[in-house]
Design a protein around this ligand. Structure first.
Ligand SMILES: Cc1ncc(COP(=O)(O)O)c(C=O)c1O
Length: 375
């Protein structure tokens, strides 16, 4: 089908751009021998899991449901980390996951009988207490008071019996330099455990597929860990897999005026791109400029009742009209996985832009998807 035939709102994942990212990640695997996993919390469009599996080793999950999804739809290496598991979750996870990371010694021991009787390799998430980001405390697992990872002061003298891996996740949309600094801090504090472990997982937050990312330093850091401590090295990026590889196409439904023209869209920040309000950030919009940069500046907002459901102010060469479509960029990641039907808003369709330029609607949602979750 052609783009004009797609319904709105719709998330469109761009296969060619996804492949471009995956080629970069695949090369890091080949150059260093590391294993790269899709962090499904960022992107779980399982229709493209077979494509992703051609380039990287597998997936990682934040709990049972994501782990099941990767097991059923990808079939590669399957890792999981959660701050806490129930007994029944653990009984299922040990059947479908090859690597399980625990957030506390209490959780490790609470489930010991189950994981000891399985083939899963078990790791501990550490907190290096080494922050490399400023301004986004909710994305900083090393921030004071963090519940994520075991601090050095709470680690035993040696890795507990049966533990084979070390996991840390401390970065968010960052380069290889903060990773290298973090690895240095981890070596200074946790080297005894690195020597005892078989694998290390460097978490996510690596913006590997972003232009200008220092891949040479990333590869040097991975090889250093692998060679110095004889470790298998894992990375579990989410964003880097589908960075800039998706759009949210929306239609202008009405235009009202209050100080500036306000476009009422069939897409919503609160429902369809919650990170715009949570981070917060202003998503890029195809063909637009900063406020005042082009002749017509408009506010883009949603048709929900939330006063703050505003995406941002953008300028245009030509005044947008009712019925026009607008395309937000970089909408594959942390969008579909976080959306909701607040206000009874319809969920956007999910579509694929194939490499040959054709479009395919992969999934359409309706009233049942709204109702089924409510009672
Ligand atoms: C444990 C863990 N691994 C991987 C990721 C993926 O991070 P990103 O999508 O920023 O690469 C996250 C994100 O929060 C995480 O918490």
């Amino acid at each position: 089908m052609k783009e004009a035939e797609l319904a709105t709102p719709v998330y469109i994942v761009d296969e060619a751009k996804l492949i471009k990212n995956l080629e970069i990640l695949h090369k890091v695997e080949v150059d260093t021998g590391c294993h790269i996993l899709l962090a499904q919390k960022a992107f779980s469009m399982f229709r493209v899991y077979p494509l992703i599996k051609k380039y990287i080793s597998g997936a990682t999950a934040s709990g049972l449901y994501e782990a099941r999804l990767a097991y059923e739809e990808m079939g590669g290496e399957n890792h999981v980390f959660s701050p806490a598991y129930t007994e029944s979750e653990m009984s299922e996870l040990v059947r479908i996951c090859d690597h399980i990371s625990f957030n506390s010694l209490r959780q490790l021991d609470a489930h010991r009988k189950i994981w000891e009787a399985s083939n899963a390799s078990v790791g501990l998430r550490i907190n290096p207490e080494f922050s490399t980001q400023e301004g986004h405390e909710i994305y900083d697992p090393c921030a004071p008071g963090s519940r994520l990872g075991i601090r050095l002061c709470d680690m035993p003298e040696h890795l507990p019996e049966g533990v084979e891996g070390i996991h840390f996740h401390t970065l968010c949309e960052q380069g290889a330099e903060p990773l290298a600094e973090t690895v240095k801090a981890v070596e200074e504090k946790f080297s005894i455990y690195l020597k005892e472990a078989k694998w290390i997982n460097l978490g996510g937050g690596h913006h590997i597929s972003k232009a200008g990312y220092n891949i040479e330093l990333l590869e040097k850091t991975i090889k250093h860990l692998a060679e110095t401590y004889d470790l298998e090295v894992y990375l579990e990026p989410g964003e880097a897999i589908a960075l800039d590889a998706g759009y949210l196409r929306t239609k202008v439904m009405d235009i009202v005026h209050n100080t500036i023209p306000i476009l009422i869209l069939d897409a919503s920040a609160a429902c369809h791109m919650p990170d715009v309000l949570e981070m917060p950030y202003r998503p890029p919009l195809k063909g637009s400029g900063a406020p005042g940069e082009k002749q017509y500046t408009c506010r883009l907002a949603s048709r929900t009742c939330l006063a703050g459901d505003v995406i941002g102010d953008y300028s245009f060469d030509k005044m947008p009209e009712i019925g026009d479509t607008l395309t937000f960029e970089d909408m594959a990641i942390y969008s579909m996985v976080k959306n909701n039907t607040f206000n009874g808003m319809p969920l956007p369709d999910i579509a694929l832009l194939h490499e040959d330029g054709s479009f395919e609607t992969v999934k359409h949602f309706g009233y049942a998807d709204f109702k089924e979750r409510l009672s």
